[in-house]
Design a binder for this molecule. Structure first.
Ligand code: ADP
Ligand code: MG
Length: 295
């Protein structure tokens, strides 16, 4: 008898969608996709340290969603991710009929920083999404409950403009575009911004470029930096972050240690730069509110 009741309960829950098992929260998350079709430009470093800065200094609750099959978010935070927690892999959540991102969330030792762990099966998901009805909006649908529990959901995108990145951009309110200061990077950003415009027109009207972020800036290349910056500012008026991320080995070492840079080297330029970026972003998404830093 007990078994039958359990089965009926499961059937009802399946009918209602898994969302029903989570209570609705009171928050309205801003969703930020960190994207670039190029690898190695600082997407993961930015997603992880921006997320961590928002939690540590600005009292926000943040979910880092890793859509890159390489799973670098989890690796970058391996020392602080809680072990032994049961979760559904991202690929299963995306393929489920009523996938719910909260089923895939794991906590870290920073109480308000949560992540979705790496999932190599996302390599297959990229192709499988192609045959799904409404394929661009599958990720967006998994966020409906999570949006009420976080202040920010940050998506670390794979280094291409495939189905997973398109899903991130259809779910996002904002795109952050990390880019190195080179002439070739300029071309890459141009192509990406074109794609963002198309997505905005056809699929997600609320999508905005929050900013292009200069990463791995080498202060010694004065002439090249000035040339790239001047051209970028001309092309993307008002869309270049004031904050820049300079080259800093502490960022690299922190990633290898599996910690946010604020834990590994709190006084490094990487820590200072990413805190400044977080402050700029809090202000940009909520211009009417005064930014309060946790002391
Ligand atoms: N500002 C920086 N200074 C030094 N190394 C950096 C900086 N930003 C990123 N890196 C390093 O460069 C590599 C690529 O960065 P990553 O964030 O993983 O790029 P992506 O996610 O775009 O592929 C990593 O080893 C990272 O530690
Ligand atoms: Mg990455």
């Amino acid at each position: 008898m007990g078994k039958i009741t359990e089965t009926i309960k499961d059937l009802i829950q399946a009918e209602l969608g898994q969302n029903q098992q989570y209570a609705k929260g009171k928050k309205h998350a801003k969703i930020i996709a960190v994207c670039s079709q190029k690898g190695g430009v600082g997407k993961t470093t930015t997603a992880v340290n921006l997320g961590s800065a928002l939690v540590k200094f600005f009292n926000k609750r943040v979910l880092l969603t890793d859509l890159d099959p390489q799973g670098h978010v989890e690796k970058s935070l391996s020392s602080i991710v809680e072990e032994g927690i049961d979760y559904s892999p991202m690929s299963e959540i995306l393929m489920a009929k009523h996938g719910e991102i909260l089923d895939g969330v794991v906590k870290t030792s920073d109480e308000n920083l949560h992540i979705t762990p790496g999932d190599k099966a996302l390599y297959e998901t990229e192709g499988q999404l192609a045959s799904k009805l409404g394929r661009e909006f599958i990720l967006q649908n998994t966020f409906s409950m999570a949006k009420t529990h976080y202040d920010f959901i940050i998506i670390d995108c794979p280094p291409n403009l495939g189905n997973l990145t398109i899903n991130a951009l259809c779910a996002a309110d904002y795109a952050v575009i990390p880019c190195e200061m080179s002439v070739l990077a300029f071309e890459g950003v141009n192509d990406l911004v074109d794609t963002l415009e198309t997505i905005k027109t056809r699929l997600n009207k609320k999508l905005q470029v929050l900013g292009v972020l200069f990463t791995r800036v080498d202060g010694r290349n004065i002439t090249m930096n000035e040339l790239v910056e001047t051209n970028m500012k001309k092309q993307f008026k008002g869309k270049i972050f004031r904050s820049k991320i300079t080259v800093n080995t502490a960022l690299n070492k922190a990633q290898l240690e599996g910690e946010p840079v604020f834990d590994f080297a709190p006084t490094s330029s990487g820590a200072v730069n990413y805190e400044a970026l977080a402050k700029e972003i809090v202000k940009k998404v909520n211009p009417e509110k005064k930014v309060q830093r946790v002391s």
